[in-house]
Write a protein that binds this ligand. Structure first.
Ligand SMILES: NC(=O)c1ccc[n+]([C@@H]2O[C@H](COP(=O)([O-])OP(=O)(O)OC[C@H]3O[C@@H](n4cnc5c(N)ncnc54)[C@H](O)[C@@H]3O)[C@@H](O)[C@H]2O)c1
Ligand SMILES: N[C@@H](CCO)C(=O)O
Ligand code: NA
Length: 437
């Protein structure tokens, strides 16, 4: 147990990359203010790195390649993990928490895959586990969900939670660039990772969606429960088509609470590109910015906006958590643990209700429209608007549906592909934010 008279709290920093370096800089440059705010000095007692020998601008005497040994060391009070990945980070943090050290982590992959194991270890050790940096970087969103909105009933969260993909889609929208061109641009500007797979395939956003849904709905959602589609198939034609109907394309994470036919409740969580009306508050979130739109029964609509990526913004969230766990430690207190008491069923994507935008290359002949409309009707999918672009061999038919189950919409698209008068299904994209479900 921490000595209540102790006026120094010793911090183990695991990882000294983009975020870790900024954590060190902020702790050192704001040392006096942090001491005043916490009521004790926050002292970095050790920094775990993968390989020694490189100049990281930190005191070399603090460096160690034994992250586990540092995390469980007797003199350590608080552990900050900014390495990432599932293992070995999970083992380090479980052992640190069980040993009573409070943990601050930015590791969304780990929290989304196996947050339950970390929570159990925190309970066993009587320690805190905070991870504001894991979702939407600098934007305070987890603490508002965990604390400020705890008296309300959240019904839906819609977010742009990946900076890299938002940069790519914003660039495709404003310059008409193709996906690969925009990705090259994002890489050049240092937004995309050397391997951007987790970003462009939606894994990063899906992990964040699972964390948001778990906190918002007091239930357990893991990354595997999230329906995920990335943005690699989004074409310049999709973006132009969205523009023509007053929309923009965004990679959205959508977590919703539903009432089932038997009166029970369930949640659906999905990440996919979608067309969003330009009048929607999330449509104006450009560049590499993030935003999270929360809808709650009593509060109504709330929007959280800011920088979701980058060393300094992410370190800001880490420091906020560090101050919180340090204060708890001094007070001999522990934050109220998360409780997944609601234990809600996860709705499969097939049951989700969405709208589709479908663009078809068709033969421009009498009766085409009737055949296409019949294919929608057979699946009980109602068309909201339909327009034809071009004539003769170049005719494109663009249909936007009303809300229907994803299964019915997918079956409609399959049926359209089979129609001899449909030469090609050019683009299929969900449309969000316009019509109540
Ligand atoms: N960079 C961002 O914008 C951002 C935003 C939010 C959350 N995060 C999360 O923060 C964490 C760190 O991200 P980053 O961008 O700083 O990554 P990074 O790759 O720049 O840094 C990670 C560091 O961990 C080190 N490391 C790897 N294995 C190690 C080991 N066994 N022992 C000690 N050190 C080891 C690496 O050498 C590297 O320096 C990740 O979980 C990431 O998802 C990053
Ligand atoms: N690669 C992530 C970093 C922040 O989690 C992004 O682009 O949003
Ligand atoms: Na955050």
């Amino acid at each position: 147990m921490t000595d209540p008279e102790k006026k120094t709290l010793r911090v183990a920093l695991l990882g000294c990359g983009t975020v870790g370096r900024e954590v060190v800089r902020l702790i050192e440059s704001q040392s006096d203010d942090l001491t005043a705010r916490v009521g004790a000095e926050l002292q970095i007692a050790g920094i775990a790195v993968r390989r020694g020998g490189r100049d990281r601008g930190v005191d070399p005497a603090l460096l160690t390649t034994d992250a586990h040994g540092l995390a469980v060391r007797d003199d350590i009070d608080l552990v900050v993990e900014v390495v990432g990945g599932i293992e070995p980070a999970r083992s380090w943090l479980v052992d640190a928490l069980k040993a009573g050290k409070s943990v601050v982590s930015a590791n969304k992959a780990l929290l989304a895959e196996d947050g339950a194991t970390l929570q159990e270890a925190a309970a066993a050790g009587g320690a805190d586990l905070y991870y504001e940096a894991a979702v939407a970087g600098a934007i305070p969103i987890l603490r508002p969900l965990r604390e400020s909105l705890h008296g309300d009933r959240i019904t839906r969260i819609t977010g742009i939670v990946n900076g890299t993909t938002n940069y790519i889609l914003s660039s495709m929208d404003s310059t008409g660039a193709g996906f690969n061109e925009a990705l090259d641009e994002a890489t050049e500007l240092g937004y995309a990772e050397a391997d951007p797979t987790a970003d462009v395939e939606g894994f990063d956003a899906a992990a964040k969606a699972a964390i948001l849904a778990s906190l918002a709905f007091h239930t357990r959602v893991t990354a595997a429960d999230v329906h995920r589609e990335g943005i690699t198939e989004v074409t310049a034609a999709d973006v132009a088509s969205a523009r023509a109907m007053g929309c923009t394309v965004k990679l959205l994470c959508i977590a919703e609470r539903h009432t089932d036919a038997d009166g029970g409740e369930s949640v659906s969580v999905r990440v996919h590109p979608a067309m969003l009306p330009r009048t929607h508050p999330l449509a104006s979130v450009g560049d590499a910015f993030n935003a999270v739109f929360v809808e709650a029964d009593a509060a109504g609509q709330l929007m959280f906006y800011g920088r979701g990526a980058g060393g300094a913004p992410t370190a800001s969230a880490v420091l906020g958590d560090l101050v919180a766990v340090a204060r708890n430690r001094l007070a001999g207190a522990r934050a109220t643990p998360e409780s997944p008491y609601a234990d809600l069923r996860i709705r499969p994507m097939a049951e989700a209700r969405t709208r589709y935008h479908i663009s078809l290359d068709v033969s421009d002949k009498a009766g085409v429209l009737a055949e296409v409309a019949a294919a929608f009707a057979r699946q009980d999918v109602s068309i909201s608007t339909v327009r034809q672009e071009g004539r003769g061999d170049d005719a494109t038919l663009v249909a936007v549906t009303h809300t229907a189950t994803d299964a019915a919409l997918a079956a409609t698209v399959e049926a359209l592909r089979e129609l001899p008068i449909v030469r090609n299904v050019v683009s299929v994209m969900r449309v969000e934010g316009g019509e109540s479900k």
